[in-house]
Design a protein around this ligand. Structure first.
Ligand SMILES: *Cc1c(COP(=O)(O)O)cnc(C)c1O
Length: 400
């Protein structure tokens, strides 16, 4: 059975062209780019080319790109750098729906004397810019807000946010791990000071990422050691990863327009057909401001995990909540922040597409989903009984 992979917001397949680009750097060219001899030194050229490819994708200058080990490192490094650069300021603004790589750093900083404002979202998962404006003060060191949400695909009005942040003189960091390659970006005309991206979300391998740091923004490294990355990130360069990230960035740019069109069309067909065929389900998130590849649908009265298990039998990979919170049965913090009712909260599934997704794969999901939902609802003692379901959910929550 071939796999139908609709979990691309969790991770992606490495593009064959990326594999091909990396191979020589796993075999022949194993030198250290910092070495004095030609054998190692020649790798500097490969790293420079990759930096150029990543910079081009972001509309940035090569000197503004710092290679990291992953998106999580980029988020941690940016937050730390922003705080170290302005030690007198002790306030941070973020949102309730960030990835744990931002949220849990902020929670830890609260135990270290920082105060953090977690902006709320409405039922569509959107921010209230008045709330942002009211929270910004002269004491605000950093505003760290994601470009697009990994669970719902909701896209925030980043430049409108950035304008307000800049007026107050705070540093603006954006976790753009889900936006890179899905939304055209241009740092030259942006208000963003620092931006995080990750390789494995854009068809490069796991274990490589990049942080954009605007020229002029004071930066202090998270990893301290050698002088790699102009003293901004110590540690011998992951040359194969860097070369792969560069190639993946080049491919994202080459494919972005056709990918947006194709993924939007397939995503909308999947979503609209499921909504038409299956009663009592709804789309979670802002359907007007959304990533082209993401659909998060709540199926009432059943459990998302049960849907995933049945989809798995057909070789279909999707997700409930984020990979980082699964394993616990806690409902997603993102959907909870949106104030979804319990009935939908537990039965929500994320389908996330990529440029390899085919029409036939979407057809297969459309074919099997209605029977899966029907089967589970037949087993559900609370079918159409909102009050009963609610009571049962409250009881399980009370027992935790
Ligand atoms: C995946 C993801 C991250 C973490 O990136 P890693 O490379 O897996 O560490 C951070 N933020 C968002 C929005 C993500 O989707």
């Amino acid at each position: 059975m071939s796999v139908i992979y609709l979990d691309n917001n969790a991770t992606t397949k490495v593009d064959p062209e990326v594999v091909e680009a990396i191979m020589p750097y796993l075999t022949e060219y194993y030198g250290n780019p910092s070495s004095m001899h030609t054998f190692g030194g020649q790798l500097g050229k490969a790293v420079r080319q990759a930096r150029e490819q990543v910079a081009t994708l972001l509309g940035a200058d090569e000197s503004e790109i710092v290679f990291t080990s992953c998106g999580t490192e980029g988020d941690n490094a940016a937050i730390r750098a922003a705080l170290l650069a302005q030690p007198e300021k002790r306030h941070i603004i973020t949102t309730q729906v960030e990835h744990p790589a931002v949220l849990n750093v902020c929670k830890q900083l609260e135990t270290q004397g920082y105060s953090v404002t977690y902006l709320s979202v409405n039922r569509q998962g959107q921010l209230d810019l008045d709330e942002l404006e009211a929270s910004l003060t002269g004491n605000t060191a950093l505003v760290t807000i994601m470009y697009a949400n990994n669970e719902t695909g909701t896209v925030f009005p980043i430049e409108q946010i950035g304008m307000r942040v800049k007026e107050k003189g705070a540093i603006f960091h954006v976790d753009a791990v889900q936006a890179v390659g899905k939304i055209p970006l241009n740092m030259k005309t942006s208000t963003i000071d620092m931006l995080t991206m990750s390789g494995h979300k854009i068809h490069a391998p796991k274990g490589i990422g990049a942080l954009y740091v605007r020229r002029g923004v004071r930066f202090r490294p998270l990893l301290i050691g050698g002088h790699q990355e102009r003293g901004r990130r110590a540690g011998t360069e992951n040359v194969p990863g860097i070369v792969g990230l560069g190639k993946a960035a080049e491919l994202e740019l080459r494919h972005i327009e056709t990918a947006i069109k194709k993924e939007t069309r397939l995503r909308d067909r999947l979503e609209q057909t499921l909504l038409a065929k299956i009663p009592d389900c709804e789309v979670n998130g802002d359907v007007t401001q959304r990533l082209p590849n993401t659909s998060n649908i709540g199926f009432k009265y059943i459990e998302g995990e049960a849907i995933l298990l049945l989809l798995n039998k057909y070789g279909i990979c999707a997700s409930s909540g984020s990979a980082c919170t699964s394993g616990s049965l806690e409902p997603s913090h993102v959907l909870r922040a949106m104030g979804l009712p319990y009935t939908t909260l537990h039965g929500s599934i994320r389908f996330s597409l990529c440029r390899y997704t085919t029409e036939a794969q979407i057809d297969r999901v459309i074919e099997v989903m209605p029977e899966i939902v029907e089967r589970l609802r037949a087993l559900s003692p609370f079918k159409n009984d909102e009050a009963g379901w609610l009571q049962a959910q409250e009881q399980t929550l009370a027992h935790r």
